[in-house]
Design a protein around this ligand. Structure first.
Ligand code: 6PG
Length: 229
């Protein structure tokens, strides 16, 4: 599987390149298929990127938004990945609300897994999946030592009950489902991620390694997160 590492001087340049990659993926998908299916990463890294998408010139009514994972918290909790994306971006652009698919974890862990499984049954290949990387090598809510849902028979949506990164209860797309995408783009910044990147580059069995789309993955790093620097 092809893994393409690109190192940039700082977070701003990582965000600028990621924005261009999203814009290009959107225009290609909309031209070719009339729709753009994008999976958002959670955590704090993507916030600046999401804010930079507000002024994108695009056909917003063709965009369909999904989440790679969500924390089991009330819908308006500041730690919800969906709340971050809405505040930074989604509330400022005219994507039809029925085309934004939050993982409704406020309904409880098991019922939100079942509900999102239904959402996933309606979309075949994603056009672009955005992912982050944790300091322990986790991605989405796939954590070391837990079940990542690899292989064709894996479910699309996983219930996570003891995540080491709070909160412990989460819903995550599986490694298999996250890999069913035309493109996968990791955004990794900050010196705290350097060790995880170094292990990943040595093919250590971290959850990020399990994301293996046929087209390979692109990893956008700032210098702080890159072991070469
Ligand atoms: C989450 C995220 C998680 C995140 C990484 C990196 O819900 O916590 O989905 O996978 O992407 O932990 O987080 P930061 O971007 O905050 O470093």
């Amino acid at each position: 599987m092809d893994r393409r590492w690109q190192v940039f001087p700082d977070v701003t340049s990582v965000q600028a390149v990621a924005r261009e990659r999203i814009a290009a993926a959107a225009s290609e998908a909309i031209l070719a298929r009339g729709a753009f299916h994008l999976v958002l990463a959670g955590g704090s890294t993507p916030r600046g990127l999401y804010a930079s998408l507000r002024d994108l010139e695009t056909d917003w009514k063709a965009w369909h938004i999904y989440f790679g994972d969500e924390r089991v918290l009330p819908a308006d909790d500041p730690e919800r990945n969906s709340r971050m994306a809405h505040e930074a971006w989604l509330d400022q652009v005219p994507i039809p609300r029925e085309q934004i698919h939050p993982i409704a974890t406020e309904q409880g862990l098991d019922s939100s897994v079942r509900a999102y499984q239904t959402v996933m049954s309606r979309v075949d290949y994603f056009d672009l999946v955005l992912l982050g990387l944790g300091e322990d090598g986790h991605t989405a809510s796939l954590f070391p030592g837990q079940y990542w849902g690899e292989g064709d028979s894996a479910p699309d949506v996983l219930a996570v009950r003891d995540a080491p990164k709070p909160p412990p209860k989460r819903v995550s797309l599986s490694a298999h489902r996250l890999s069913r995408s035309r493109q996968v783009l990791f955004l990794v910044t900050g010196v705290g991620k350097r060790d995880a990147v170094s292990r990943w580059r040595r093919e250590a069995r971290i959850p990020a390694l399990a994301i293996d789309p046929s087209s390979g993955v692109d990893v956008l790093l700032d210098a702080a997160a890159s072991p070469d620097r």
